[in-house]
Design a protein around this ligand. Structure first.
Ligand SMILES: [Fe+2]
Length: 558
């Protein structure tokens, strides 16, 4: 049984994965190949990469499953919202919504486009509920036999937050909070109000939050006292007097993009993050109560809020937590790829996901061809890990390109930029040389799993950089470049068995410095997708202030 799982909703983060007999073989987001960040187009390049990896033709697929339902239910829901005044939509909004649904109908939810690109295949086309696909992507990769499963995002076709009960491979629906009562919408609208890009730059608000003070109340926009929460969608959208009109009257004018950040912006970021965390806790509490289960699985874009996740993990509310690392819509492909197992009362496979190295790899011969093509001087390394560690200990900023590309938004040691976390200036150095990003956004550490308890107060097992933990007070001065202003960090704990090469790099760095921690940020320039091919890596390397590139077994220096 070979299934293709897809995310294609023409909104953002199109992706594809391929599953053989319940085993996930390969997954990649379209943006990495097309180089269009958050690419929302039909994921034909991602699908082709899946087929190539599995060495099969499209007509050998048994099923193609979209993590988005057919257009009907979503359209009916939006009409209902409009009719009951639940959404303050303008004429233009109605037109945009109608055009969207009509075009999805025309494309048969994507099935027609699939056939256009890949022929008239025998595969069955399946469409699953968006939140169900998210829920499967969390539960079926958690390794928990029983779990409370929570999905929180901007919106599915009609859902905003949903709770599920996973047990013995089955997934029972427990609760749904319909759109527009949406935590994702709340956060993304405030992201826009603060002058950042909604559905993309929520990280920036989360990073800015600890610089603010608890001075601002957002009760007019979200009720976090309700169980689980209520969003005042009309006020969030702005009641008819232009975007952000209600925010403007309550909180002052929206921030102009790229303009100076002042204390008011910081305080608003603080309030948004605080409200989101409180609401996330309240949904979790409800999920634990309704399922009577203290293992928690999270997915949906809101579950990328590593601060909120860290708070839940440290709250004592749950015993174990698994956050699907591709929590946003790219990860929906993983759920869709397994949806067929629930048919006729069936059970999902369930294997703990221990890494996200699910994408394409390039071997030394492919890499060497690229380096030769560009006539770059390079040297072949006996031990890339040791060389990289040596460079890092000398304060150099390093491009690190190895093995299979990560699936999900984080670089986890395959497509990474690495630096020395001990240098208090390193954050600024990496920002100036490479990332050109906002001063307040923290960098994250990779550390040997064995050292987690020595450096961190919680999150001893955090392979995906999706849970925030507090750095132990005595260690904050040791790794200042990866410790945020509030003493937190978003760690990746690296296991020897899972990624031996990356683990050994940390080990070699520790031999030289006594510190088994390095700064790890994604291998890309500001506003670009993470590098995919050796060509992408070389281009990014020479367009930035990185000092050296360790790519496969080769070293390129400037
Ligand atoms: Fe979603």
């Amino acid at each position: 049984m070979i299934t293709l799982g897809l995310n294609y909703n023409r909104k953002h983060d199109s992706s594809a994965c391929i599953v053989r007999d319940g085993e996930l073989l390969f997954a990649v987001a379209e943006e990495r190949i097309s180089r269009i960040k958050h690419d929302s187009g039909f994921p034909r390049l991602a699908i082709q990469a899946c087929l190539d990896f599995a060495r099969i033709r499209a007509d050998e697929l048994d099923e193609v499953c979209f993590g988005w339902p057919t257009p009907g239910p979503g359209f009916r829901h939006d009409l209902k919202c409009l009719a009951t005044g639940g959404l303050p939509l303008t004429y233009t909004d109605v037109l945009t919504t109608t055009t969207y649904f009509l075009s999805m109908w025309h494309q048969q939810g994507g099935a027609k486009v699939f056939r256009q690109w890949f022929g008239d295949v025998k595969a069955r086309m399946r469409f699953v509920g968006h939140h169900l696909a998210h829920a499967i992507s969390a539960y079926a990769y958690s390794g928990f036999d029983e779990a409370a499963v929570v999905v929180m995002d901007g919106r599915g076709a009609w859902e905003a937050t949903s709770i599920w009960h996973g047990k013995g491979g089955k997934l029972e629906h427990v609760f749904t909070m319909p759109f527009p009562d949406s935590l994702g919408l709340f956060y993304s609208q405030f992201t826009g109000y603060l002058g950042f890009l909604p559905n993309s730059d929520e990280w920036k608000v989360m990073g800015l939050a600890p610089y603010g003070q608890p001075k601002i109340k957002l009760d007019a926009f979200i009720d976090t006292e309700a169980s689980p929460y209520r969003v005042q969608a009309k006020r969030i959208f702005g009641t008819g007097r232009g975007p952000y009109s209600d925010m403007r009257s309550a909180l002052g004018p929206p921030r102009v993009p790229e303009s100076e950040i002042d204390d008011r912006h910081k305080d608003i970021a603080y309030a948004v993050q605080e409200a989101c965390e409180t609401a996330m806790m309240s949904v979790t509490r409800m999920a634990v109560e309704k399922t009577r289960c203290r293992n928690l699985c999270l997915a949906g874009g809101v579950a990328l809020n590593s601060k909120g996740n860290g708070k839940i993990a440290a709250s004592g509310l749950v015993d174990k937590i698994f956050v699907q690392p591709a929590a946003s819509d790219d990860g929906v492909a993983l759920g869709a790829g397994l949806a067929c197992f629930l048919e006729n009362g069936g059970r999902l496979p369930n294997k703990a996901m221990r890494h996200a190295y699910l994408g394409p790899a390039f071997d030394d011969s492919a890499i060497e061809t690229t380096l030769r093509t560009y006539k770059l001087p390079y040297t072949r390394l006996d031990d890339p890990a040791a060389t990289a560690a040596e460079f890092l200990s000398q304060g150099k900023i390093l491009g690190w390109f190895q093995g299979r590309m990560e699936f999900g938004p984080r670089a986890l040691g395959s497509r990474s930029i690495l630096a020395d976390p001990r240098d208090p200036e390193m954050n600024a150095k990496v920002n100036n040389a490479v990332k050109f990003r906002e001063w307040w956004r923290p960098f994250a550490p990779s550390l040997k799993k064995e050292a987690a308890t020595e450096y961190l107060e919680s999150a001893g097992d955090s392979p995906f950089m999706i849970l925030t933990a507090q750095v132990r007070p005595e260690k904050r001065g040791v790794i200042p470049a990866v410790t945020h202003v509030d003493g937190s960090a978003r760690p990746q704990t690296v296991e020897k068995e899972i990624n031996p090469l990356y683990w050994r790099l940390l080990d070699e760095f520790e031999r030289r410095t006594g510190v088994p921690v390095i700064l790890n940020t994604s291998f890309n320039l500001r506003g670009e997708a993470i590098v995919h091919t050796p060509t992408d890596a070389v281009r990014t390397f020479f367009s930035s202030g990185m000092d050296a590139l360790v790519i496969g077994s080769f070293l390129v220096e400037k």
